[in-house]
Design a protein around this ligand. Sequence first.
Ligand code: SAM
Ligand code: SF4
Length: 472
Amino acid sequence: MKPRKLHIKSYGCQMNVYDAQRMVDTLAGEGFVETTNADDADLVILNTCHIREKASEKVYSELGRLRVMKEEAARQGRRIDIAVAGCVAQAEGGEIINRAPVVDVVVGPQSYHHLPQLLARAERDGRALETEFPTEDKFAFLPPPKPDVIRARGISAFVTIQEGCDKFCTFCVVPYTRGAEVSRPVSKIVDDVKRLADHGVREITLIGQNVNAYHGEGPDGRTWPLGTLLHRLAEIPGIVRLRYSTSHPRDIDDALIEAHRDIPAAMPFVHLPVQSGSDRILSAMNRKHTARDYRRAIDRFRSLCQDIAFSSDFIVGFPGESEEDFQATLALVTQIGYAAAYSFKYSPRPGTPAAEMQEMVSADEMDERLARLQELIDSQQSAFNRASIGTTVDVLFERPARNPGQIVGRTAYLQPAHVIATEAIVGQVLPVKIESLERYSLLGELACPVPRLAAAPETMPTTHPSETTMGA
Ligand code: SAM
Ligand code: SF4
């Protein structure tokens, strides 16, 4: 049978990137192969994000474009199915069905393992919607990716270890769209990571809405925190780098900080969103921590791991944010010194407590504050990047770069780094002498002879390559 083609357009966070891959894995069993071209797809899935208004709006404009495409295909006697998945599907499923007749399937983020059945139902009944949180664990039903698919996805992979959130920050839709906090058992995560490592993956980013709230069942029957899980995963042959995202300041514990000190594979770069530097605003946001608690968490990390660097998320213009509150945010950024950070204008989300708050900050003020914050963050990021010029840093090489002859990889701090080399270095961690900086990318040259290692994962080093190449 001719394979059917599937195109997924994913918006938003890393969880959505991961979910999109698992949808591809699920539908591979139904004879679907992925295509990057929506125009020749038999099934188009929009994997949506509801975190800010702009992200949600994109769905409806994209559906308008898909309607034209679907009608044109129908004139040519070809059927195209359109599915909306992700957090907009969860939050606005009924509305999508009413507003967009072009949509055949609506499926929430906890139910996409049912996609094959939903597509069959849509073919039979016209349309299908599933946005209930199912009682079963979707991970038990998701087929593992095939070896060639793992290889094609590259040497760095995401693995979900935790989903949902019980924190209920007043601005955030996640607890409503992703549901309550659930951690996957250690054994399942270890199986996933082993399979990825067996097929060439070298770096794992553990993901979860609140990843460091992880409390999964360990093989010893006890509850394991993230720090203990990192120790176990670092033992898996082939895995040379471990990262995790996104962390909440309240859930930083000693086991996690010590893991950074004790595990060479635990990368010294932590994304730790604070949102605001003002305690008044943090309290209105229901963040359950103060600016002082946050600084303390950073200090604890820095006292044990001298090379650690941080990134963060900020919201400007939360209801009631005064110039004084905003100044407190700037002061916190100045004091911490970030390697990178994301900043957003507050966007009221229907159904969240903050959406009912009255004292809205004007659009002009929000724009102005965002520009000031981004200027400060940019200057810190540039200074951080410039500081690597002249130093030798470890780079995990990922793929050929756009510039012919160059290979691109990432430093421990996720800075892209380019060298002139052959593809044989893909998958290896090698020392690079950094010579210059081009916007956010580092340029350098290999500071060691290229070890004679074939790119095939079977023959790749199973120890942390930086241990064997640093002194080369
Ligand atoms: N769990 C993470 C935490 O506690 O920081 C954040 C996850 S959220 C998916 C990613 C980021 O989106 C947040 O850190 C926040 O900065 C931003 N965000 C969430 N809701 C927002 C809203 N209503 N308006 C603007 N930004 C928002
Ligand atoms: Fe949203 Fe707050 Fe949960 Fe993060 S901790 S996902 S910001 S509710």
